[in-house]
Design a protein around this ligand. Structure first.
Ligand SMILES: [Zn+2]
Length: 282
């Protein structure tokens, strides 16, 4: 089982491995650059070397990265769209250099141009970013969204349209966020609804393309279309969905990453991990 959390890279990229090791996780998510800025210089060769040394020493992986929040491949604004494409290509390059499995990406928002137009824009943007990064192993992991505002990717049909629309579908995987999927209107709280939601994802997208989970409970209810993460077991999802995923043999090799609110000492992660580990085998 691959159970981890989002780790800070404050003090250097490789310090994320120290933090991950200190809380006993075997997979993690990082930002490879400042998530609130467009431009940042590439990682230095020594920083990349140090990353692989610490990964080898700790045995932690696979690692995923999360793209900056500023990107919007669904925007009708050409300047922002081109900036987003270049930023995704930059994220993919940093991740490829670090041997990262995939870059988690919020697919984008249509900004009142309509869902069809937004998806077409996202597809064209993904194609451009992938053309700029030809031959890379690092995947683009499109994240399921809550569908807040004009954000796309909250219906599995929309994810399917992105996957089937792009020129290189082999470059795409998906990240299943428990909070977002629930807030988008897919229930996960009983064995029956869990099975039905996963069957629907499989039918439209394919479970073989599900390459990571984000583990978050939800402060908002089923179908609320509002994205508010809560600690494991304290929100409206409750513990059951996490137990279903943790004990599902189909996901034995799929990274499961906590994204719950946290402070620098990570004591919340420790608590949330304890809750999750308590569900294993139950
Ligand atoms: Zn997430």
């Amino acid at each position: 089982m691959l159970l981890g959390a989002h780790m800070s890279v404050s003090g250097g990229l490789s310090t994320a491995f120290d933090r991950a090791q200190s809380i006993g996780i075997n997979t993690m998510q990082v930002f490879t650059k400042n998530q609130t800025r467009w431009e940042q210089k590439p990682a230095a060769a020594e920083e990349i070397d140090r990353w692989f040394v610490r990964q080898g020493e700790t045995g932690i992986g696979p690692v995923v990265s999360h793209a900056a929040y500023l990107l919007n491949l669904g925007t009708p604004d050409d300047a922002l769209w081109v900036k987003s494409i270049n930023a995704l290509a930059d994220e993919l390059t940093r991740a490829e250099q670090l041997g990262i499995l995939g870059v988690v990406l919020h697919p984008g928002a249509h900004m009142n141009t309509g869902e069809e137009a937004g998806i077409a824009r996202i597809v064209a943007g993904l194609d451009r970013a992938h053309a700029l990064t030809a031959g890379y192993k690092t995947l683009t992991l499109i994240e399921t969204t809550a569908g807040q505002g004009s954000a796309l990717g909250y219906r599995f049909e929309q994810l399917q349209a992105m996957l089937t629309g792009v020129k290189e579908p082999e470059r795409i995987g998906f990240c299943f966020d428990t909070c977002h999927v629930f807030a988008a209107g897919y229930d996960l709280r009983t064995p029956e609804t869990y099975a039905a939601t996963l069957a629907e994802f499989d039918r439209l997208v394919g479970l073989n393309r599900l390459r990571g989970f984000h583990f978050n409970d939800s402060k908002k209810g089923l179908g609320a279309r509002v994205d508010r993460h809560d600690h494991i077991g304290t929100g409206l999802l409750g513990l059951a969905p996490f137990g279903f995923i943790l004990n599902d043999p189909r996901f034995a090799a799929t990274p499961m990453i906590l994204e719950t609110p946290k402070s620098d000492d990570m004591h919340e992660d420790v608590e949330n991990l304890k809750m999750l580990r308590g569900l294993i085998g139950k």
